[in-house]
Design a protein around this ligand. Structure first.
Ligand SMILES: [Zn+2]
Ligand SMILES: [Zn+2]
Length: 185
């Protein structure tokens, strides 16, 4: 996940602007969070479809408690929608449980949350499963802070910082401390 700074190719966008809310998916999240005893998160969680997403299947925003889903999932399958929703909700569950403790985006806390939500052994990837035309990723970017590695098909222009760390330690603003560093794949 990325947090873009000045001069980046992607437009700077407000994290809180939810595109097309989906009350049904939201309801499912609320019920699941209630079952896990996370009542405050259950009240806050929001889910919507973002038509500007391209190859990313889903995104979870913390501490906004917001999940963005790629509308192309609707062309794939119900199962893929559900699995992506679980994957993203697991991120929110892991951060909620961790509180102020620092955790890795796809670390053990997230894996436990995936199992709790019914998708044990879930993969760390956020890419859409496009049948037969999976593009080879050529570039990798590393966050020295949380150790997350982000893989890309294209080289990133401008500077980008780790979304997870910017969210957790810089109030969501671009922060050079969490600059992503290119490394060999
Ligand atoms: Zn993830
Ligand atoms: Zn990081």
């Amino acid at each position: 996940m990325l947090c873009f700074g000045a001069g980046s190719p992607e437009p700077k966008r407000a994290a809180r602007a939810l595109h097309e809310a989906d009350p049904e998916l939201e309801k499912w999240c609320r019920i699941s969070l209630g079952e896990l005893g996370l009542t405050s998160l259950a009240r806050k969680v929001r889910v919507g479809w973002n038509p500007r997403m391209r190859t990313t299947a889903g995104r979870a925003w913390w501490p906004d408690a917001m999940i963005e889903m790629n509308p192309r999932l609707k062309d794939i399958s119900e199962e893929e929608i559900q699995r992506t929703l679980c994957h993203e909700l697991a991120h929110l569950v892991a951060y909620e449980r961790a509180g102020r403790r620092r955790i890795k985006a796809h670390g053990v806390e997230w894996q436990v949350a995936c199992a709790d939500l019914g998708i044990p052994g879930e993969k760390a990837s956020h890419e859409l499963p496009f049948e037969g035309r999976k593009q080879q990723r050529k570039y990798a970017y590393h966050c020295n802070h949380c150790e997350e590695v982000i893989e890309r098909v294209r080289k990133m222009r401008g500077s980008a910082a780790c979304y997870t760390c910017c969210r957790k330690y810089a109030g969501g603003s671009y922060d050079e401390r969490f600059l992503l560093v290119e490394r060999k794949l």
